[in-house]
Design a protein around this ligand. Structure first.
Ligand code: SF4
Length: 472
């Protein structure tokens, strides 16, 4: 998998690389330092995408508000929560293996399962792992205080598994684990029905947050020193303000970018169907909007896109890419691709390869198709053999690697503004991200740069990063 970018949401992606390990807490409407401790501690392990990681930050906020104390090892925790992912089978198996390891830890510890696997497997989890006390899907997080109260009173088999909701998960307090980049969920769930995807089943229908709540959170983050915000949603650009202001996605982007103190605004993940020219125009016009678009294509073949129920054709996708290519700013473009979808022929796969060339992606998260429960694709004929999927994946990754090398080499000699988010002592290097989300490693005579914006002149390039030196 190409790893220049850390932002796959629709499909599984890794956690941010090289972020400092520090933790910061954002005071919301309530000051948690005044809450009396309840004598209990918690530990959350998070699997999957950035949406999950941010959900865990909000769940941690709920627990801190209840007087729990965060610990950094499950050994020392009274309450252990697994915030799970079910987008691929491997991720689901990992959670069950973790639960197996906790078999003899209960009843000394209370064990809970949150997130997509909780929603997918439901109360079956209590049958497979009777030592689990809490099962809660993400569409029920708003009920967490009530569910936690039941658990604290000794409740067993406490569950929150509603999907039929119009509400979003609002917390008065969110624990922020990344001191450089803050996340704000603006839309939850998904109303699309891609034939391979469990998300509509695990996260429920699309619900947007009111723009005032989003802007209030952005202002609080700016007050606490954050200058970079990433707006999150499974289909972030489907945002529709439910309040009387009725902002669309571009309207919200413009207002978040105008918040005093906010210098960079990112967003992910965009659905191509809701990707309009106005988004490109806004990024072109407003420097605070980062010049990076993550636009998952999934396949370069129109028949496969149709089978995936992606609601656009290859040509329609490429038309949207042409708007980006024509922009004044030089955008980075990244994507997600699935190989080996049922019925994918050699010709279909070839079309995906030629699409990589036509777009010139700066990063691609690529995956072998794996069937998931409750999805239409599981019943589709003409499954591609596992070895063939592996062969196609290897070819695709190598093609994309060459594209990234060629694109990154063109950046040698250029100077970029970098927000510094990491330090590699052994290499005596700093690292950070450009507005286009490129990973930059660089040297500097300065001793303390974390969280600062610096100018870096690029001297070397590789497939997954560029390197240079700070311009003093
Ligand atoms: S748009 Fe498709 S792939 Fe993305 S979350 Fe919705 S159903 Fe899943």
């Amino acid at each position: 998998m190409s790893k220049t970018f850390d932002i796959g949401i629709e499909t599984l992606a890794g956690k941010p690389q090289a972020a400092p390990q520090a933790s910061s807490e954002e005071a919301g409407a309530r000051d948690v330092s005044t809450i009396p401790p309840n004598g209990k501690s918690f530990y959350i392990e998070t699997f999957g995408c950035q949406m999950n990681a941010h959900d865990s930050e909000k769940v941690a906020g709920v627990l801190l508000e209840r007087g729990y104390r965060a610990v950094d090892s499950l050994m020392h925790a009274d309450l252990v929560l697994y915030n799970t992912c079910s987008i691929r089978e491997k991720a689901a198996q990992k959670v069950f293996s973790r639960l197996g390891e906790m078999r003899y830890a209960a009843p000394r510890k209370v064990i809970g399962v949150l997130g997509c696997l909780a929603q997918q497997e439901g109360e079956e989890i209590f049958e497979r792992a009777p030592w689990v006390s809490l099962v809660c899907g993400s569409a029920s997080y708003r009920r967490l205080p009530e569910l936690m109260a039941q658990v604290e009173e000794g409740g067993r088999r406490v569950s929150g598994l509603d999907l039929d909701t119009e509400e979003t998960f609002e917390t008065e307090f969110t624990r922020r684990d990344n001191p450089i980049r803050a996340y704000i969920t603006i839309i939850e769930g998904c109303d699309y029905a891609c034939s391979y995807c469990v998300v509509p089943h695990t996260r429920g229908p699309e619900r947007s947050r009111a723009s005032d709540a989003v802007l209030g959170e952005a202002r609080r983050l700016a007050d606490h020193g954050y200058s970079e915000i990433q707006l999150l949603g499974q289909t972030v650009n489907s945002y529709r303000d439910p309040s009387p202001r009725g902002l669309d996605f571009v309207g919200l982007l413009r207002e978040v970018a105008a918040v005093e103190g906010i210098r960079r605004v990112r967003f992910t993940t965009s659905h191509p169907n809701d990707f309009h020219r106005a988004i490109v125009e806004a990024i072109d016009e407003i420097p605070a909007l980062c010049d990076h678009v993550h636009l998952p294509v999934q396949s370069g073949s129109t028949p496969i896109l149709r089978a995936m129920r992606r609601t656009y054709t290859r040509d329609e996708y490429l038309e949207k890419i042409s708007w980006i290519h024509a922009a004044r700013r030089a955008f980075s473009i990244t994507s997600d691709v699935i190989v080996g979808f049922p019925g994918e022929t050699e010709q279909d796969f070839e079309e995906t390869l030629t699409l990589l060339d036509a777009v010139g992606y700066d990063g691609v998260f690529s995956f072998k198709y794996s069937p998931r429960p409750n999805t239409a694709a599981t019943a589709m004929p003409d499954a591609v053999l596992e070895e063939e999927k592996s062969r196609r994946l290897a070819i695709l990754m190598e093609r994309q690697r060459q594209i990234q090398i060629a694109r990154n080499e063109k950046l040698v000699g250029a100077t970029f503004e970098v927000l510094v988010d990491g330090r590699h002592e052994s290499r005596d290097q700093w690292s950070g991200r450009t507005s286009g989300n490129r990973l930059v490693n660089f040297t500097s005579p300065r001793q303390s740069l974390l969280g600062e914006y610096v100018q870096v002149r690029i001297t070397r390039a590789s497939a997954n990063s560029i390197a240079g030196e700070q311009v003093i």
